[in-house]
Write a protein that binds this ligand. Structure first.
Ligand SMILES: [Zn+2]
Length: 353
């Protein structure tokens, strides 16, 4: 990978801060880059609403109005996070298998249309209890590949520790069992999230997941420094979602760099939920300067009103060159939860001049 351009972009330094929902002027060089998105939640209802709206020729739910209201009326941090995924414009009963396939296909095609060649979809809730989950996912991947043959997609499962213990155990066991059907990784979001948590259960689950051959990532350091050290001790961990607050403390930054973990950076999500005050103050540049591998990701793109193409354009506006952006794609694929054969095939398609 070439040396990243870590100097501030003078065009940005001289202008006002970027609006959280800024539409960036298209740049053909950035648009043409192969991309990857390895932190992407399924957003079942917002995504399904988008699919149904297109089919019914009506406008989808106005997420930009929702997100602007979120920023105006809820303080940054947990207060905003707890409002995420609480609006259901499409009802649960509409999420039957054909629509389920259609909404996953929509996610994959949206990313592929922006140049993504590798996408990880994060399932969750009680999806693991659906016996057909992986078959449905592969059908969606096949349909997306009919339009975008270069695309490769994998399924990851997020275990949320706010679930009652018995349900969490049932879902975890089912999710880990999906490794036999092609699930490639797990993500954990423990509770409490922004103050120090007890990681005993997380470590046990991670060990079981690692034994099942699954990759492991966790959400940590999004709104405080709490849990970053504990997260980095997770058995089998190779990635971390957000890690924003690691940049606030030299010791944490060193720990993160030494761990070799790839940081899943979600610029728009971090601004909208208030993990950072602005795009310009996002610590992505600090991570890169420390040699920490960074990947660009969308997190919850429907609710956050972004796409993977826009995240790359944002990073470019913040001063990263096309070669740096290609390096982010390479980092994402190297750290991607996929088979060795797919990883080799994907990496061979990335050539950094
Ligand atoms: Zn996330």
């Amino acid at each position: 990978m070439s040396m990243p351009n870590i100097l501030p972009n003078p065009a940005i330094a001289l202008s006002a801060a970027l609006d959280p929902f800024a539409a960036l002027p298209p740049d053909p060089l950035v648009a043409a880059l192969p991309k990857a998105d390895i932190h992407l939640h399924q957003e079942w209802s917002p995504r399904l609403d988008r699919v149904l709206a297109r089919r019914e020729r009506r406008p989808p739910y106005d997420w930009q109005a929702w997100a602007r209201d979120l920023m105006a009326n809820s303080p940054p941090g947990m207060a905003r996070l707890t409002r995420l995924s609480k609006v259901f414009p499409a009802p649960r009963e509409a999420d039957e298998p054909e629509n389920f396939i259609a909404r996953i296909e929509d996610m994959l095609c949206e990313a592929a249309a922006d140049g993504a060649i590798f996408v990880e979809v994060r399932f969750g809730n009680d999806d693991a209890l659906r016996p057909e989950l992986m078959a449905i996912f592969r059908e969606a991947e096949r349909r997306a590949q009919a339009k975008y043959p270069a695309l490769r997609a994998e399924a990851v499962y997020i275990l949320v520790f706010t679930f009652e213990a018995e349900l969490l155990e049932r879902i975890s066991t089912a999710a880990l069992g999906l490794a036999r059907e092609g699930l490639t990784g797990i993500d954990m979001l423990y509770a409490p999230y922004d103050t120090e948590a007890d990681w005993t259960l997380a470590y046990q689950l991670a060990q079981r997941a690692a034994d099942a051959g699954l990759g492991i990532t966790v959400h940590a350091g999004e709104f405080s420094m709490a849990n970053i050290t504990a997260a980095l001790r997770t058995p089998g961990l190779t990635r971390i979602g957000h890690a924003i607050y690691a940049a606030e403390d030299e010791r944490l930054l060193d720990l993160l760099a030494q761990s070799g973990a790839t940081v899943e950076c979600c610029l728009t999500c971090n601004v909208v939920l208030g993990a950072v005050a602005s795009y310009e103050t996002h610590p992505i540049r600090t991570f890169v300067a420390q040699g920490i591998p960074v990947a660009l990701c969308t997190d919850n793109p429907v609710q956050m009103c972004t796409t993977i193409g826009r995240e790359y354009a944002l990073a470019h506006a913040l001063g990263f060159s096309p070669a740096d952006l290609l390096g982010f794609t390479q980092n994402a694929i190297r750290a991607g939860f996929t088979t060795p054969a797919r990883r080799a095939e994907l990496l061979a398609r990335i050539v950094i001049a």
